[in-house]
Structures are given as structure tokens and as C-alpha cells.
Design a protein around this ligand. Structure first.
Ligand SMILES: O=C([O-])CC(=O)C(=O)O
Ligand SMILES: [Mg+2]
Length: 387
């Protein structure tokens, strides 16, 4: 059993949307295809992966360091003890050979992208959906049959007025979502007007989350917190700089409703610092670490172990990124849900073509691997990279 080739291509997901920190006019992602010599049902097993939006394609890192390391590894060093499948944990060690600890930068994105493709291949070789494999190997054997998902949109966009924002949010409710998210952070008065416009079309504050994308200093964070609290929102997200744990801890003294953060923490150690020093409250706050940006599922399992040691339930995790790997992890390892970007960041946003979202939950397809083959436009793109 061998990896015979690894392809990578940077794919544009650029658009005119922006959050309070960046615009997406030049955004792209890396797509990788890990081509194996294994055949199942007459078809060659190819594992696919990509990084989530928000970090640019780490093509250079992949081609200079991580892909060569994996292609040069001895076969025995990347297979399980029985030699019957690839071992994602051993592969992780190979990928990280020669890498010092700390300073995680964006090599975590490159490793996360390859890790996604490895898990896709591993589940395809076992001829099982990944959520089933994860529940059997690492969980209680029984995956959840549906996962809470929320619609993340509400971006700033040139010419977008409150009516258009309301239309967008109504659209998500019509698709079956029960919670929607919008961007804030460009100005208190404008944001309160936009929030109130959305609250006119969703059932209550509990149906709306707001995301600052790390824009605020402590004073602004608290000023917004005082105005937001009466709306009783689903959550107030990534309010200050992702690495400013003291700001997060101080803010929790001024805001009693749920907060969420973690999408820009890229390692177990950074996640642990948030838990140690960020004042996050295990009875109400949410953690958004995204394996596709942070060294993959192998590292994410270390994060879940760390959370358990600190008294946190895995149900407090609702990862960033809206991809099907996190959907599989949510079902297989018992997370609280997953993000979704219906109609945004195409063809990566949304889930299986023929499984609708109902009352805020989505089911998972019964196909081997992560399930990319159930999303026609996505699998078309992924296959074009493998060829
Ligand atoms: O706008 C972005 O960078 C994406 C984001 O924060 C989210 O999905 O929570
Ligand atoms: Mg966010």
C-alpha cells in the first residue's frame, strides 16, 4: 500500500464580501489530492483535502516541505501496524519532522490540508463514512445521526443595504437553518441598525450570532457588549485579537451571554492558552478551533483531550470553516455542531446536495470517506486537481 502521488492546486474563492478585518478580493485555498495504489470497487482511492477560507493557499509550504516529506517516507512508517491502511498519526509525525515547537504560523494550514486528504483516504479504504470510523475508533461507537449547523453570512458588501441583508437571512431560514450569523465591527450605530433589521426577520435574538473578526480593543468590546446584551444573542464572536486572552477574560466580566472564539488559534498549545487564560465559561461559551487550519484532525483530537482535562464538554465545540471534515468530526466525536456557508465560498460551502437542513440540523451521507462525492460541484473541482 503506497501513496503514489500528491497534487496541489491553489483555487480562487475570491468575492466582493468583507468582514470587519479583511476583504476576500484575493482569497484562495489549496486543494490537495493524495493518489494511492489502492483500488476499491474497481476505483483508485484518492483522498481529497482543502484548507478553510480566511487563510491563503499554503502552496509554497506544501511543495517545499510537506509533500516531499510524505512522498519520501518509508512505506512502513506511514501504515498501521497491520499494514492494512494508512495511519494518520504516524503521517502527522512524518510531516512534522524537522519542525520546531511554537510559532505555529501557517504551516498548520498546510498540514491540516494534507491531514484532511489522509482521513478521506483512510475511510475510503475501510469503505466507511468517516463519521462512522471515528465513532468506532475513538468514540462510543454510535455517531450522531444529525448535526446542528448554522448559516454564516451577513457579510459587508458594496451596495448591500438592510433590505438585502434581511433577504439573505430569510433565505437561510427558508433553507432550514434556525440560527444565522452576521458580521459586525464597522461602527456601533450602523451595526445596531443592521442587527435590528435582522432581528425583524428571525424568530428571536437566540437565532442570531454576531462576529467581530477580532477587530475591537477592550473599550470598544465592552461598549458593544452593553448594547448587545439586551438582544440575548446566540453568541458574540471573536471580539478582540485572537491571541489577547486577557481581553477575552476581562470581557467575560462585562457580558453574561454566550461568546465564541478560537478560529484563529492553530495548535493545541494555543487552544490551551485560551482555556487557561481566556476566561471562557464551559457552561455557556463556544470554541471554534478549525482542524483544517490547525494541523488537522490528529491535532484536533489532542485539543479534545485537553478540553476534557480542563472540564470542558466536546459539545461546546462548533468549529469554524463550514467543511465536511468538521461535520464528520461533529457526528463521530460528539461536537455541538458545525458552521455552514450556504451559497458563500462556493463550491466549498454547504453540505451534501440531496440532504436538506431541517430545523437547524443536517444529516450525513452514507458514502465512504468524508463525503465530497455527494457534492457535485465540489467533487468536480477536486477531481480536476487529481488529474
Ligand atoms: O469572515 C471570516 O473570516 C470567516 C469567519 O470569521 C467565520 O466564519 O466565523
Ligand atoms: Mg468568525
Amino acid at each position: 500500500m503506497k501513496i503514489i502521488d500528491i497534487k496541489e492546486k491553489a483555487v480562487p474563492i475570491k468575492s466582493s464580501i468583507s468582514n470587519a478585518y479583511i476583504d476576500f478580493s484575493k482569497m484562495n485555498v489549496s486543494v490537495v489530492a493524495i493518489v494511492t495504489d489502492v483500488f476499491k470497487n474497481g476505483k483508485r482511492v484518492v483522498g481529497y483535502g482543502f484548507n478553510s477560507n480566511g487563510r491563503y493557499a499554503p502552496s509554497g509550504l506544501l511543495h517545499e516541505r510537506f509533500i516531499p516529506r510524505l512522498l519520501e517516507a518509508e512505506t512502513n512508517d506511514i501504515l498501521n501496524d497491520e499494514g492494512s491502511n494508512f495511519d494518520p498519526h504516524k503521517i502527522w509525525d512524518i510531516l512534522m519532522t524537522g519542525e520546531k515547537p511554537g510559532g505555529h504560523g501557517e504551516r498548520s494550514v498546510a498540514v491540516g490540508t494534507l491531514d484532511m486528504a489522509i482521513w478521506d483516504a483512510v475511510a475510503k479504504i475501510e469503505e466507511k463514512p468517516l463519521y462512522q470510523l471515528l465513532a468506532e475508533r475513538y468514540g462510543d461507537g454510535k455517531p450522531d445521526d444529525k448535526v446542528f449547523v448554522y448559516a454564516a453570512g451577513g457579510y459587508y458588501q458594496p451596495g448591500k443595504d438592510d433590505k438585502m441583508l434581511q433577504e439573505e437571512m430569510r433565505g437561510y431560514l427558508n433553507l432550514g437553518y434556525s440560527v444565522v450569523k452576521m458580521k459586525i465591527g464597522n461602527g456601533l450605530e450602523e451595526d445596531l441598525r443592521r442587527i435590528e433589521a435582522v432581528l425583524e426577520v428571525v424568530p428571536s435574538g437566540q437565532s442570531l450570532a454576531v462576529d467581530v473578526n477580532g477587530r475591537f480593543d477592550l473599550e470598544t468590546a465592552i461598549r458593544y457588549a452593553e448594547k448587545l446584551e439586551p438582544y440575548n444573542l446566540f453568541w458574540y464572536e471573536e471580539v478582540g485579537d485572537p491571541l489577547d486572552y486577557e481581553l477575552q477574560a476581562e470581557l467575560s466580566k462585562h457580558y453574561k451571554n454566550p461568546m465564541a472564539t478560537g478560529e484563529n488559534l492553530f495548535s493545541m498549545q494555543d487552544a490551551r492558552n485560551l482555556i487557561r487564560y481566556g476566561g471562557m465559561r464551559p457552561d455557556r461559551d463556544y470554541l471554534q478551533f478549525d482542524c483544517a487550519l490547525s494541523y488537522g484532525l490528529v491535532e484536533y483530537m489532542r485539543i479534545l483531550d485537553m478540553l476534557k482535562e480542563h472540564g470542558w464538554s466536546s459539545r461546546r465545540c462548533i468549529p469554524h470553516g463550514g467543511h465536511q471534515l468538521s461535520l464528520n468530526i461533529a457526528a463521530g466525536l460528539g461536537l455541538g455542531g458545525n458552521e455552514s456557508y450556504p451559497g458563500i465560498f462556493e463550491p466549498f460551502g454547504g453540505f451534501a446536495d440531496d440532504i436538506p437542513v431541517e430545523n437547524g440540523y443536517v444529516g450525513l451521507p452514507d458514502v465512504p470517506g468524508i463525503g465530497f462525492e455527494t457534492k457535485a460541484p465540489l467533487i468536480k473541482l477536486l477531481r480536476s486537481v487529481a488529474e
